[in-house]
Ligand binder design. Structure first.
Ligand code: HEM
Length: 453
């Protein structure tokens, strides 16, 4: 059994439990300071107890062996490369709980996790991997200003419980990830850099680059070649205000395409119990990030649209027309309908887009039931896609049928970007047909089509 059990019981009545920290670096010092603030006593184990630099006030310093003997819970705040010497302390560490807080500088540097290595070095101790996903900063400032979660894993339930008690007292939320074999995964956590954002970001950069060059050649370079006219100033606002909404609309439709593909796959297979292909799984898992990036692009489009009336180029053209024609142009009701309609539908689309973005934030989505969340993200999501697509169709109006729209036999960007959302909407409509919807609902309720073989 773990030697801490009696101490823990006594610590309930007496807050002054003694905890040991090996290592006097940044992490060791920050951890010690927080532990002292929370009411624990702290003893540091150091190779040079008399010259180990500044440590928190009220903390004691001793040799490793003496410090290990005086406490039952030992935080190992030293680098894995220096673990070897711990083997010599095996007798003093026997039966103690060792908290491995270490991380590596890159993935797969060692064949086994640091915590597993530590357990192998001191088999008589109970190693618990914990706190490694927190920075020294988070430890020092406490959970109010940083990540709240402490992941832990280890083979001994009592040892994990002892560490959980400390983490909870420090104000963190504990998430138990199982046995010490999960340590490798925990050690990889801090090395990840926004993993679920990687694919959506790459896609956003790729689409932006593609449409930027496509429109640059088609709308600006072509004019220079044909008419020797330099309109490169349009890159800054006109071109940007085409690329951003185009990318936004494509990415929004990419949020809803995997759901539609999954539904057709379930209909085709006649069951919901078969796994989706990996690529579809990965795609579904990054829909939230795709949507948030798409919202960012739509927001840029709205901001660029707001500045259209104050642009020098626009004001100049307006006054030039007035001077040239020297009369009030005739009011075109169709034009008024067209522009008002696409502004209005665009605004409605953007409003719903914002709602989708807000409800995908964890603090908001946690307050919704699953039914409410899926209603907003699925039903309202498709309505948003419909509004944004309709806005773009209205913007195109009769230009789809005019030959002059297809400069150099290429369609304008907004026509290209309409392909994907239109496909998604048509497929979604097919899924809403009563007969299809009925079959899909049955499959999703667990019904399976039995194959003749
Ligand atoms: C084009 C307004 C929201 C997608 C336009 C244009 C305007 C406009 C004025 C024409 C720009 C130009 O002449 O170059 C608005 C307003 C919105 C809004 C006022 C809401 C407040 C959206 C949203 C989307 C979107 C949410 C969806 C992603 C598009 C697209 C074009 C466009 C694809 C065509 C771009 C091109 O190739 O010229 N919008 N829009 N708009 N808008 Fe919006």
């Amino acid at each position: 059994t773990v030697a801490t059990s009696t101490d823990r019981r006594s610590s309930m009545s007496n807050e002054q439990e003694l905890l040991c920290i090996f290592g006097t670096g940044d992490l060791g010092r920050s951890l010690g300071q927080r532990l002292l603030q929370t009411g624990y006593r702290v003893v540091y184990g150091s190779r040079r107890p008399h010259s180990c630099g500044p440590l928190p006030e009220r903390a004691q310093v001793m040799s490793h062996a003496a410090a290990a003997q005086s406490a039952n819970l030992v935080f190992i705040c030293i680098h894995r490369e220096n673990y070897d010497f711990l083997e010599t302390l095996a007798p003093e560490l026997k039966g103690k709980v060792l908290v491995d807080v270490s991380n590596n500088v890159e993935k797969n540097l060692y064949p086994e996790a640091n915590a597993e290595y530590l357990q192998r070095l001191i088999p008589g101790a109970h190693v618990v991997k914990a706190f490694n996903t927190l920075s020294a900063w988070a430890l020092q400032n406490g959970p109010s200003d940083a990540n709240r979660q402490v992941y832990l894993c280890g083979n001994n339930a009592e040892a994990k419980q002892a560490v959980s008690v400390v983490a909870t007292k420090l104000g963190f939320t504990v998430l138990d990830r199982g046995s010490v074999s999960a340590a490798k995964e925990l050690e990889d956590f801090p090395l990840q850099l926004f993993p679920e954002w990687r694919l959506p970001l790459r896609l956003a950069v790729g689409l932006t680059a593609f449409f930027f060059f496509y429109l640059l050649i088609r709308d600006i370079i072509s004019v220079y070649i044909k008419e020797k006219k330099d309109i490169s100033f349009r890159i800054m606002v006109s071109l940007a205000n085409k690329v951003f909404p185009i990318v936004s609309l494509i990415m929004l439709s990419l949020c809803y395409l995997p759901g539609v593909i999954a539904a057709f796959l379930q209909l085709y297979r006649g069951t919901k119990y078969k796994r989706f292909p990996d690529w579809l799984d990965r795609w579904m898992l990054c829909r939230k990030q795709l949507g948030l990036l798409a919202l960012g692009f739509a927001f840029l489009h709205v901001l660029y649209t707001l500045i259209i009336p104050i642009r020098y180029y626009v004001r100049f053209r307006l006054s030039a027309i007035t001077v040239r024609e020297n009369r009030t142009p005739e009011f075109d009701t169709t034009m008024a309908w067209r522009t008002d309609s696409y502004y209005s539908v665009g605004i409605l689309g953007f409003g719903l887009y914002l709602l989708l973005g807000i409800t995908s934030l964890p603090s908001v989505s946690n307050a919704l039931s699953w039914r409410e969340f899926s209603f907003i993200q699925s039903k309202l999501g498709h309505v948003t896609l419909f509004f944004c697509t309709f806005h773009t169709y209205l913007y195109g109006w009769d230009k789809f049928l005019r030959a002059s729209s297809y400069k150099w036999y290429t369609p304008p960007g907004y026509m290209l970007c309409l392909v994907l959302p239109s496909v998604v909407l048509v497929l979604k409509l097919l899924l809403l047909l009563p007969c299809v919807d009925r079959s899909l609902t049955r499959i999703r309720q667990g019904w399976e089509r039995t194959n003749p073989d």
